[in-house]
Design a protein around this ligand. Structure first.
Ligand code: SAM
Ligand code: SF4
Length: 407
């Protein structure tokens, strides 16, 4: 996630080409549904996701009723869509009872058409208790899990405030492999004190347990978290830019060698095994955001709208019970905003963006001079068919590349 944000001297291009996305094409129709489960057993000190710890039992049937109402209200605004992907994210969705997941998936199927080959992902924490529910999730209709393994080193896991060991996490990965056709797991790297040799060894072990997909995030210090306070007090040191770049290069090299090239800045997959739900975001397709603190992008009457729901679980459920949905933001995007968003999201992908689509959204083409300037420096390329993509040399300075093009 953390990216260098300056266009400095041209870095040496790594000796591996950027990947192409094997999963479908940008022009294929896609409609995603994101469902946010906002509860966690404990709060990890680096995390600023909308996640809450509650010591009282969560009334899951009440949440099911609220999700069902919000799904119906959203479907009424988006008739005729066929849902191609559902993502149950969090927080910790693996704290949901399988019956809760089944009821939410039924509500989606009762409100929209669903594609025959729908991808249904559930984000899970890799504890043994949660892995026991995997078969129940599969019976409910989940066909892919994404596990938050974070590290394969017990000291690092403890420093990240995780409640599982590496052994327990790999046990959950093994159960996921038996129960689901598709699974992925997340690791966080560029952790305090992590050496290049340690990361290479850990990542090589991780790829040996990964079937088709891995998400590899550089530790980001998020404002307002305990890690941010420790960092500000000088009690937590993260790798400097050069060391982080070295760890990033190791990540690309080890994954490419293992047949898991990057198809997005932090996501690696065998070609064809990309997360279709996340491609919905990066390819600028439509998606509904349901549950506390969820974001959506809906195309209504030819205008792209940005939606967001109330973040507090209790306030969200109160809103849904009183007005049928928990929306607190529902705004049209201007042409410039929609085009910038497409640029920002699409250039994260190795496949890049469609220049004609950008022009249609923005009402003007991207600057040919800027493209030529960035191409001369080796940061972008135009591989034909009207596409623009970032090169292996451009990805480490992606923010600066996007800023140059958007300017
Ligand atoms: C919303 S979390 C949900 C996953 C699940 N609750 C868990 O922790 O296992 C999604 C992923 O974001 C990543 N993540 C969260 N905060 C991060 C941070 N500050 N820096 C880097 N990665 C982060 C973690 O890898 C995590 O698995
Ligand atoms: S990383 Fe996962 S388990 Fe930890 S607080 Fe964030 S959402 Fe919850």
């Amino acid at each position: 996630m953390a990216q260098a944000d300056r266009l400095g001297e041209r870095p040496h291009p790594p000796p591996y080409p950027p990947a192409h996305t094997g999963e479908g094409r940008e022009e294929d129709p896609a409609f995603g549904v994101y469902v946010h489960w906002p509860f966690c057993r404990s709060k990890c000190p680096y995390c600023d996701f909308n996640s809450h710890v509650r010591h009282d039992l969560i009334d899951q049937p009440r949440f099911v009723r609220a999700f069902t109402a919000e799904i119906a209200a959203t479907a009424a605004r988006t008739p005729g869509r066929t849902v191609s992907t559902i993502f149950l994210g969090g927080g910790t969705p693996s704290l949901m009872e399988p019956a809760t997941v089944a009821a939410i998936l039924d509500a989606v199927a009762n409100s929209w058409h669903v594609a025959n080959d729908i991808e249904v992902t559930l984000e899970a924490n890799p504890t043994s208790v949660e892995a026991e529910r995997f078969a129940g999730y599969r019976a409910a209709g989940v066909n892919r899990v994404s596990l938050g393994v974070q590290a394969l080193d017990d000291a690092a896991l403890a420093a990240l405030g995780r409640t599982h060991t590496a052994h327990e996490a790999l046990g959950a990965v093994a159960i996921a492999r038996r129960v689901f056709q598709r699974y992925s797991f997340d690791l966080i790297y560029a952790r305090p004190g992590q050496t290049a040799a340690e990361w290479r060894t850990e990542l090589m072990s991780a790829v040996s347990h990964a079937a088709e997909h891995l998400s590899l995030y550089q530790l980001t210090i998020e404002a307002g978290t305990p890690f941010a306070a420790l960092h500000a007090a000088g009690r937590l040191t993260i790798p400097d830019a050069d060391h982080a770049r070295n760890l990033y290069d190791i990540t690309q090299e080890v994954c490419a060698d293992a047949g898991l090239p990057a198809y997005e800045v932090s996501n690696h997959a065998r070609p064809g095994a990309e997360c279709r739900h996340n491609l919905v975001y990066w390819r600028g397709h439509e998606y509904a955001g349901l549950g506390p603190g969820a974001h959506g992008r809906l195309d209504i009457d030819g205008v792209r709208r940005a939606t967001a729901t109330e973040r507090s679980p209790e306030a969200w459920i109160g809103l849904v019970e009183s007005q049928g949905h928990g929306l607190v933001t529902d705004e049209p995007l201007s042409r410039a905003e929609a085009a910038d968003e497409y640029l920002l999201m699409g250039l994260r992908l190795a496949e890049g963006i469609d220049l004609n689509r950008f022009e249609m959204l923005a009402g003007h083409p991207l600057s040919a001079e800027q493209i030529a300037y960035l191409a001369q420096h080796g940061f972008v390329e135009t591989p034909g068919a009207g596409r623009l993509r970032v090169t292996a040399a451009g990805f480490p300075v992606l923010n600066a590349v996007v800023a140059n093009l958007a300017a």
